[in-house]
Design a binder for this molecule. Structure first.
Ligand SMILES: *[C@@H]1O[C@H](CO)[C@@H](O)[C@H](O)[C@H]1NC(C)=O
Ligand SMILES: *[C@@H]1O[C@H](CO)[C@@H](O)[C@H](O)[C@H]1NC(C)=O
Ligand SMILES: *[C@@H]1O[C@H](CO)[C@@H](O)[C@H](O)[C@H]1NC(C)=O
Length: 973
């Protein structure tokens, strides 16, 4: 059907040939370094004990405090040793921290310097919400009641109406050294969201287990993924009465599981304490909402997201396989020739000598020309971001030419995680071979990291840093490099794209194979590759053994194989697989183990990178994009969705993943557009370029040895990208203002329809459509071979008006909840503006810099009352603390548009046009007052067509800058 776009399979071996140069030979490295026993996850283990048979605790010694109460909890029977050793004596603390937030902590009564870090998460690592100094039980939105009958149980309810939000009544609390559990009753068919990071339906459902253990696994659908954000939001629909919402945050970084079951949720971790925060979701008028709950989580618990530099909202291009500077130059030229915006070029590992961070691949990316090329990007208002992997190569000590100073400088400071069996550094495996990892608990690690990144910046003048593999991923089990570093560099214990016999002969998903000759060539090439692999495997398969459940041993914690087996996505499920082993130790006084720290590495390296960038660019907002994240990561880092695939399903799930990252407070999020692994095609790539244009972070990224997928490679993708980007670039100020509100008030950037239209229960699970901020409805095409899309217009019939972005025609004749079919040719994405919005726009151009310098216009979309409002935040676009800012507030009612201005930042472009959609009757004239001066409007052109009023020619009055004087524009009738 689309023969001109047939996959150029014959061109692929070229990419393949180009890609096989940098990998060390698949030689002596035994695959057994990757072998781990196979375990049965406890949720599937019928022989596992039921922790709810444990005796629970009794509370005593209750002491009231000004903010709540404390009590002792004592085990109420014999130890049950379900999945650890029971801890008999606990402390309970209940604090009404703020009106909307209640905290319940349970932790062991007897803690010493040496074991405190096993149980309590330091506020230095993750923010610890505090009492506001005034709230008490009587002034709280929430009420906690408890009982000792038959054992300690508690219930959190809404004070105003007694609605129960969380209740352990009827269930026991379990507290062991390697396992804690509480179980809450839930309403039938409950509606909860969040528990990022997951690739799963947006509505989590009541038959799902969310496992948390940071893992290097692409496309980990329904399993644990890169990040850990133990926060959920629950919506309750009440048959016509106002919908309510609340949230629960469990501040604990251990490996953990949330078992979502019929009428219950069970929370289990591999250790630590209960540190639960209940959020009322209520506003001052007493009503509650999902958006308010998310705001309370961000402002009150983990911190609001970092403000990003303006340019970072431009379009980013990356691939693994940009193997030399001239390929990069070709990409820039390709975008330029196709007239497609390009803001930032990225590199994957190709730039390094044998994958070693901070080195230069001297033949392909020689430092001098590389630097000159980046400077040429800068001269054209473009930017550059390189990858930095989390592992640090350990050079062969016997080979002087293998010296690797970043390692040696860190080693001299003792900055790395250690192997407790030798006391030496823990040596795992990464891309370059045997490697170590920074221990961010060592105070000098920051200084070392700042030094390494800033020295690199002196050679390669990057603009931001991409941190990869921060789970932290290790390709072997245990400290496998002990005594073997003389073998370095070694190949990872699996074949890589670009190695011999790894060619991907698969057509893209859903590809309409029209060239039978090509298809049969590809099939026979694939089958001869498969026979060659089986006749002579490049790496012999590792032998795996199975291992039964370990049982608790008094006085001993089994860190590598804890008695409770989480459903880790790694083959065999063991914690030791694919990551630094849990027994590895840190260098702090308590020698905290990786068992406690695992989920925090990504947060720590992102924080360290943020601090390093502050040193490199004093006063400038650091731009860092990290893979593994934890609660509070959004304060320093952005995030991409990781190694997805070039499939329609992967594209679809990126929307629900985005919603959960918004909830987690990391709004600078985007997925690898067109898909990372496997071959994409022009249709998927067109649709995906359109979709991602409405995600905050917009980047196309591709794996090595797949077909190229830059936006200019196909005419349809190029056209789809130009059109979608022209919408995006018009709206850069809208996006930037959304981030300003996210940063200052914890507002949400991308929004689920259910959040904006909470009374419509039919939207509870919807993620095929989304809103950008409150005002733009995006309806992407998410399936192949269609030129239409179906979607709803929420609120329609109840007073909400919607306007087509492109024509400004109002959507009419649509029933509430009607699934409307809209035309969606391949190059078109449906975008609608919500009535009531005022959007400040600028001219779409090829860079954000040029757009920032282009003239402004204002789009007013009237609501049912003929009114609208909006705002615009302005500053220099990069300063951490800008020396001038400006907020322009727009309002429209009774045919009068007014601006009010706060702040002194001077944006120089003029205001050219104003467009007002939804005006039924043609005005006969207008009056315009700027800064109190009535303007002579003779030259202004006013027209009215299809209910839209256009006013052009305003530059004459705003030549000093669009927002220098407050404006009042009145349409006359
Ligand atoms: C912590 O260590 C102290 C001193 O060794 C010990 O008495 C206490 O029982 C330990 N607590 C826990 C919960 O392991
Ligand atoms: C469960 O709740 C969801 C969301 O509120 C709703 O769409 C669905 O119809 C409900 N299912 C049942 C069986 O009640
Ligand atoms: C729950 O999900 C599992 C698969 O994850 C499925 O086998 C089972 O049938 C589901 N149970 C219900 C009640 O839907």
């Amino acid at each position: 059907m689309y023969s001109t776009l047939a996959l150029t399979l014959l061109a692929m071996p070229l990419a393949f040939a180009q890609s096989s140069t940098t990998n060390p030979p698949l030689s002596t490295l035994l695959p057994q370094i990757d072998a781990a026993p196979s375990l049965t996850p406890t949720i599937y283990d019928n022989s596992a004990p039921d922790p709810q048979r444990c005796p629970g605790y009794k509370a005593s010694g209750l002491t009231n405090t000004s903010s709540g109460f404390t009590a002792d909890l004592t085990i109420a029977g014999a130890d049950c040793a379900a999945f650890g050793n029971d801890i008999a004596d606990l402390v309970l603390e209940v604090v009404y921290q703020t009106k909307e937030r209640l905290n319940l902590k349970v932790y062991p009564k007897y803690l010493s310097e040496s074991n405190i870090t096993r149980y309590t998460l330091s506020p230095d690592l993750v923010p610890q919400p505090q009492w506001d100094g005034k709230t008490s039980a009587s002034s709280s939105d929430l009420t906690l009641k408890w009982s000792n009958d038959p054992s300690f149980q508690f219930e959190v309810s809404r004070s105003s109406d007694g609605e129960v939000l969380f209740s352990t009544y009827g269930n026991v609390m379990v507290y062991e050294d390697q396992f804690i559990e509480i179980k809450t009753s839930m309403v039938k068919n409950y509606t909860i969201y969040g528990l990022a990071e997951n690739a799963h339906d947006f509505l989590l459902g009541d038959n799902y287990t969310q496992t948390f253990y940071a893992v290097d696994a692409g496309n980990s659908i329904d399993y644990n993924s890169y990040g850990t954000h133990p926060f959920y939001q629950e919506t309750r629909y009440h048959n016509g009465a106002p919908t309510t919402s609340h949230g629960v945050y469990a501040r604990n970084a251990h490996g953990q599981e949330w078992l979502l079951r019929d009428e219950s949720v069970t929370y289990r971790t591999l250790g630590g304490s209960f540190d639960m925060y209940f959020l009322s979701g209520q506003k001052s008028d007493g009503s509650s909402s999902a958006l308010q709950t998310i705001t309370q989580y961000q402002t009150g618990c983990v911190g609001t997201p970092a403000m990003q530099q303006f340019w970072t909202y431009g379009f980013h291009q990356l691939r693994w396989g940009y193997q030399n500077i001239s390929i990069m130059e070709g990409v820039v030229q390709g975008y330029k020739d196709a007239n497609i915006p390009l803001e930032c070029l990225w590199n994957d590992l190709d730039i390094y000598d044998n994958y070693q961070d901070f080195t230069d691949a001297s033949l392909t990316f020689p430092a001098g020309p590389f630097r000159a090329w980046i400077e040429s990007l800068h001269a054209n208002n473009m930017y550059y971001v390189p990858i930095i992997d989390s592992n640090i190569y350990v050079p062969d000590p016997n080979n002087a030419s293998d010296a690797y100073p970043p390692y040696s400088r860190g080693a001299a400071l003792g900055t790395y995680i250690r192997d407790p069996s030798t006391g030496q550094f823990y040596i795992g495996d990464g891309w370059p071979g045997f490697s170590v990892w920074a221990d961010w608990l060592v105070p000098t690690s920051q200084q070392w990291w700042t030094n390494e990144t800033s020295s690199y910046h002196e050679i390669i003048p990057f603009d931001g840093i991409w941190i990869d593999l921060s789970e932290a991923s290790s390709f072997c089990v245990g400290s496998c490099g002990n005594g073997r570093t003389t073998e370095n560099p070694v190949h990872p214990p699996f074949t890589l794209p670009g190695d011999v016999l790894t060619f991907d002969y698969n057509y893209p998903e859903g590809f309409n194979v029209s060239n039978a000759t090509e298809a049969s060539l590809a099939a026979s090439a694939a089958s001869s590759q498969a026979s060659a692999v089986s006749a002579n495997p490049p790496l012999p398969a590792a032998t795996t053994t199975t291992q039964g459940r370990t049982t608790p041993t008094p006085g001993v914690r089994n860190l590598d194989f804890p008695p409770y087996v989480i459903n880790n996505v790694q083959a065999g499920h063991a914690l030791v697989k694919g990551a630094i082993a849990p027994t590895a130790t840190h260098n702090d006084p308590s020698n905290t183990t990786e068992y406690e720290m695992h989920n925090l590495f990504g947060l720590q390296i992102s924080n360290a990178t943020y601090n390093a960038l502050l040193e490199i660019f004093p006063g400038r907002r650091p731009f860092t994009v990290g893979r593994s994240t934890f609660a509070s990561s959004g304060r320093t880092t952005s995030h991409w969705g990781g190694d997805n695939t070039s499939t329609w399903g992967s594209m679809f799930l990126s929307i629900s993943q985005a919603f959960t990252m918004m909830m987690a407070g990391i709004p600078m999020f985007g997925a690898d557009t067109c898909g990372f692994a496997h071959n994409t095609d022009y249709e998927l790539c067109s649709r995906w370029m359109e979709l991602s244009a409405f995600f905050p972070f917009y980047r196309n990224h591709n794996v090595k040895a797949a077909i190229s997928q830059e936006a200019y490679r196909w005419s349809s993708v190029a056209e789809a990208s130009r059109r979608a980007m022209s919408v995006r670039y018009s709206l850069l100020n809208y996006m930037y203002t959304l981030f300003y509100h996210a940063h200052t008030s914890g507002d949400t950037v991308m929004r689920a329809l259910a959040w904006e239209f909470p009374e419509d229960q039919t939207l509870a699970g919807t993620y095929a459509q989304f809103l950008l901020g409150p005002s733009l409805l995006v309806t992407p095409v998410l399936e192949p071979n269609v030129d239409y899309v179906k979607g709803v217009f929420p609120g329609i019939g109840q007073g909400t008006r919607w306007y087509d972005w492109y024509t400004l025609d109002e959507v009419t004749g649509v029933q509430p909840q009607e699934n409307v079919t809209m035309s969606a040719p391949l190059e078109h994405i449906n975008v609608h503006v919500r009535g009531g919005a005022i959007l400040p726009l600028q001219e779409p151009t090829l860079t954000t810099t040029a757009t920032r310098n282009s003239s402004y216009s204002i789009l007013v979309a009237l609501d049912g009352q003929g009114a609208a409002s909006g705002d615009l935040y302005l500053d220099d676009g990069y300063s951490l603390v800008p020396n001038a800012t400006k907020i322009v507030t727009f309002s429209y009612s009774d045919s009068c548009l007014k601006t009010s201005i706060n702040g002194t930042y001077h944006s120089t472009p003029p205001l050219a046009n104003i467009t007002i959609a939804g005006v039924g009757k043609a005005p006969c004239g207008l009056s315009l007052t700027i800064a109190g001066q009535e303007c002579e409007v003779g030259a202004v052109v006013l027209s009215h067509l299809n209910e839209t009023v256009s006013i052009t020619g305003l530059e004459a009055f705003t030549g000093e800058g669009a927002w220098q004087g407050e404006m009042e524009l009145i349409l006359q009738y």
